[in-house]
Design a protein around this ligand. Structure first.
Ligand code: SF4
Length: 297
């Protein structure tokens, strides 16, 4: 099985077969990203994908979920994804879901009929870095989409029957715009009603623009207190009908998993208790390790 370069996957894909269909990310210029710094985006040839599927069929014939690598495999044309899905179902007949990372731009380039066809082939569980509902934050983060575009494209996915995770980043607006970021992001989330909400907190590794901007003060990172305030403000503004809140990313000051709206009051109570517990450190910045993990708060 070929897996080239650094391999990332969402935490909830731990039991999925990782199948490489692309190398790198077609966008590769988000301000905070250092995932594929020197990787030239490449589409893997069908022969390689089929050889990997042949191998997977030998060692894991009962696998039910496949995650397509790398950074935004949904950039592939609907025809190419159809070809890959057909090959997966042919070699691994128990597969129910074919998930992958996707961007808002990736959706935009597919018609409604193509999205429905991909949904019928089991493509779903897309993992989408929307990051924020605030255009100022999206522009600085160089995401390549606006909040209005995100809303339009995510609603198209839902209409086509494709589920997805809405990934949002606390602290995306920095110390100056944390309130605006919370309000605009909550508004966008409410408008699209995602099945899954994946919350992380802003962090940067050496090798990306954000890391340099944080060092020089061009970007003012949120303090621990501001991150907690933003999280409380975001949760309090969420009006969701049936969403899984997955906030266990190691970058979060308060990791939590919950169901919304069911656990909303408990979630807010936990954030407030944490603020009280950390009252001596609210003006500090978290000390972070790899992948933004909190080493000290
Ligand atoms: S779309 Fe994802 S992988 Fe690509 S640059 Fe942005 S954060 Fe990195």
């Amino acid at each position: 099985m070929n897996l080239t370069g650094m391999v990332y996957r969402p935490p909830y894909e731990a039991n999925s077969l990782l199948l490489q269909v692309t190398l790198g990310c077609s966008h590769n210029k988000c301000t905070f990203c250092s995932m594929y710094p020197d990787v030239i985006f490449t589409v893997c040839p069908m022969e390689q994908i089929e050889a990997d599927l042949e191998e997977a069929a030998q060692v894991w014939p009962g696998v039910e979920r496949v995650f397509l690598e790398h950074g935004d495999a949904f950039v592939l044309s609907a025809d190419k994804l159809t070809q890959i899905a057909a090959a997966i179902h042919n070699k691994l007949p128990k597969v129910k879901t074919i998930a992958m990372y996707a961007s808002i731009q990736n959706i935009k380039h597919k018609t409604d009929a193509e999205l429905r066809r991909l949904s019928d082939l089991g493509i779903g569980g897309l993992d989408i870095g929307v990051e924020s509902g605030l255009d100022a934050a999206l522009t600085y983060m160089n995401k390549g989409h606006t909040a209005a575009e995100a809303k339009e494209q995510l609603l198209r996915l839902t209409k086509a029957g494709i589920t997805y995770s809405f990934n949002a980043i606390l602290g995306c607006g920095g110390a100056d715009l944390w309130q605006e970021n919370a309000d605009a992001t909550a508004e966008l989330i409410n408008a699209v009603q995602p099945h899954l909400l994946f919350i992380g907190s802003l962090h940067a590794q050496p090798g990306c623009k954000l890391y340099d901007d944080m060092k020089t003060g061009v970007f003012k990172e949120c303090t621990i207190g501001q991150l907690l305030d933003e999280q409380e403000r975001l949760i309090s503004r969420l009006e969701l009908k049936d969403t899984i809140y997955f906030g266990s990313h190691p970058s979060n000051i308060v990791p939590m998993q919950a169901l919304l709206p069911k656990h909303k009051d408990e979630m807010l109570a936990i954030v407030r208790q944490t603020r009280e517990h950390l009252r001596e450190k609210l003006e500090d910045h978290p000390v972070r390790g790899g992948e933004g993990s909190i080493l000290s708060r």
